[in-house]
Design a protein around this ligand. Sequence first.
Ligand SMILES: Cc1cc2nc3c(=O)[nH]c(=O)nc-3n(C[C@H](O)[C@H](O)[C@H](O)COP(=O)(O)OP(=O)(O)OC[C@H]3O[C@@H](n4cnc5c(N)ncnc54)[C@H](O)[C@@H]3O)c2cc1C
Ligand SMILES: *[C@@H]1O[C@H](CO)[C@@H](O)[C@H](O)[C@H]1NC(C)=O
Ligand SMILES: *[C@@H]1O[C@H](CO)[C@@H](O)[C@H](O)[C@H]1NC(C)=O
Ligand SMILES: *[C@@H]1O[C@H](CO)[C@@H](O)[C@H](O)[C@H]1NC(C)=O
Ligand SMILES: *[C@@H]1O[C@H](CO)[C@@H](O)[C@H](O)[C@H]1NC(C)=O
Length: 567
Amino acid sequence: MFTLAKRRAASSSRALTKIGKFSGSHRTLSTKVGSPSTRNWLYVGGVGSLATAIGAFYYGKKSIVDSPPSDLFPFESTTALQDIAPPQYCTGDELKTAISEISKIISQNQIVSSGPELDGHSRNGFATHPPEADQIPKYIVYPLSTEEVSSIMKIAHKYNVPIVPYCGGTSLEGHFYSTRPGIVLDTSRMDKVLKVHYEDLDVVVQSGVNWVELNEQLDGSGLLMGCDCGPNAKIGGMVATNASGINATRYGAMIQNVISLTAVLADGTIVKTKQRPRKSSAGYNLTHLFIGSEGTLGIVTEATVKLHVRPKFETVVVGQFPTILDSTNTVAELFQNGIQPGAIELLDQHSMHCINYSGYTSKPWLEVPTIFFKVGGINEKVVNENVKAMKAIALKNNCEAFIFAKDKAEQEELFSARKNIFYSILEYGKNEIHEDVGLWVTDIAVPLSKLSPVLETVNQLIIDSGLQYIIVGHVGDGNFHADIFYKPEEKAKCEAVVNKMMEIGLANEGTSSGEHGIGNGKRNFLQLELGEEAINLMRKIKMAVDPKRILNPDKVFKIDPEDKGTN
Ligand SMILES: Cc1cc2nc3c(=O)[nH]c(=O)nc-3n(C[C@H](O)[C@H](O)[C@H](O)COP(=O)(O)OP(=O)(O)OC[C@H]3O[C@@H](n4cnc5c(N)ncnc54)[C@H](O)[C@@H]3O)c2cc1C
Ligand SMILES: *[C@@H]1O[C@H](CO)[C@@H](O)[C@H](O)[C@H]1NC(C)=O
Ligand SMILES: *[C@@H]1O[C@H](CO)[C@@H](O)[C@H](O)[C@H]1NC(C)=O
Ligand SMILES: *[C@@H]1O[C@H](CO)[C@@H](O)[C@H](O)[C@H]1NC(C)=O
Ligand SMILES: *[C@@H]1O[C@H](CO)[C@@H](O)[C@H](O)[C@H]1NC(C)=O
């Protein structure tokens, strides 16, 4: 049984009650009334109503009642870190027992514990706080259905096993990096497209479906899923991180695209958040609650996701500008003129150098700030009219080269420069900076009107540091990444620059994460951005649905008062 430790003395000024250790659901109050050790203690529970308990407190009487313990349901609306006891996870033996129970309900090939597989599920090379040797998970478990996830969670809950949900492993802030040795629950084998509703423009999928493959399957129907992100990402991870990519300008992030979810809670309970209407005002929006929750509130097993009609005609246009300011001014002016491109992707001069360097496209580029646009419409004529208007606006803003694709092949060639940027910069960094070069990938977002000044300031900041970097922006929604290279010995310097960059973003009414999320990398910035009370409210929600804190522990915010991490 999960034991609840005493609430900490530090919290007494704001806490109404103090709770003692207990290990059963029925307790009797046998200590003497008013003795020093019990004076501050209140026993609360199900038999007596909460009102009685509160009343008893205020009138100084004692109330003898059952669970739920008020340690988990204290009267405060929020949960401060110092008000909770450290979580108690399974011992190594208990984990083995749990795995042997799990192995009775799924087949052998669904449980893996080989070194390479554990390693592969512990890090992906992007985030800067990889697990220590004693934090690596012990098992990877591959469920095949919602029911299996539920049964597994019941066992994990019984033995207090830390469970890290995992899908495509492409997240960038250490979202799935284990911090407590337990189980990684990999839902990628749940990869069935369950039903396409062509007329309703939605699709029901299991969480392991990859978005690229889904779009390939939908290709003939003229429909597509609006969200995109890392090519290997899968629906469960995309829901959990509120993914948004190149097409978010037009179709929105996951939050605008998910209609309903099936999720399994920490204790194995299965919930479906909605039926299938596009619009509903029925009750709390539980769908919304799970989106962006980074696997800390439940395991997504199925999702109903909106589909969009592919534009009948689409082309790619590229504008190259002398300065970033000219490029972002162009975008602002396009919006002001009611022109809504399908994608608006900024690559700065350093990115263009990497693309040029890597030779991923046959075309040599000017090494200046460049915007890649997708422009779609119901026919070629409409699209051409749009392109004409765009060209006029770009030229007015000092555009040096305005390039448009002549045919499909050229469209792909042009846009591939944007698509391959990640690989181009990695190649450049390894060859030209250091063979073990690190790349610190960050993403801040600010209100559109602040984008240009913030970009200028950030540019200058990194230049002054002497580090090399590139800036890539999903400019349509004011969201950009500064990816900074650092040699092994420059990590601290790089971290200082990133910290400063976050401060600049926040000072400009921005956010510390425009799209990648918090994971284990940005908890401190989330605190800085939202303040303690907002985090305490998140923690309260977490404690309400996962009081044992077994789901993706230590991500987004701290759940353990003994967690001394500064990230
Ligand atoms: C080259 C590259 C480009 C990228 N571009 C973009 C971009 O343009 N936009 C963008 O938003 N992101 C981008 N990303 C980041 C990444 O692709 C997204 O964050 C993506 O949503 C992660 O999905 P995943 O399936 O890989 O999730 P994972 O990395 O496996 O997991 C991410 C989080 O979701 C949780 N999770 C996983 N599965 C489940 C589940 N079934 N139920 C509940 N929680 C779960 C995990 O615990 C973790 O917290 C990029 C990454 C790369 C490598
Ligand atoms: C974005 O949407 C367009 C249609 O507007 C489509 O052609 C393209 O493939 C999508 N891109 C991604 C990365 O999904
Ligand atoms: C609930 O949240 C989902 C996901 O963000 C969203 O698509 C839907 O419109 C929301 N519903 C309501 C009624 O707000
Ligand atoms: C999801 O992303 C959208 C678009 O970037 C943003 O408006 C929204 O606040 C995000 N929601 C969550 C819960 O992360
Ligand atoms: C682009 O790269 C090519 C090959 O590396 C190089 O010859 C050319 O000078 C570069 N272009 C610019 C504008 O620097």
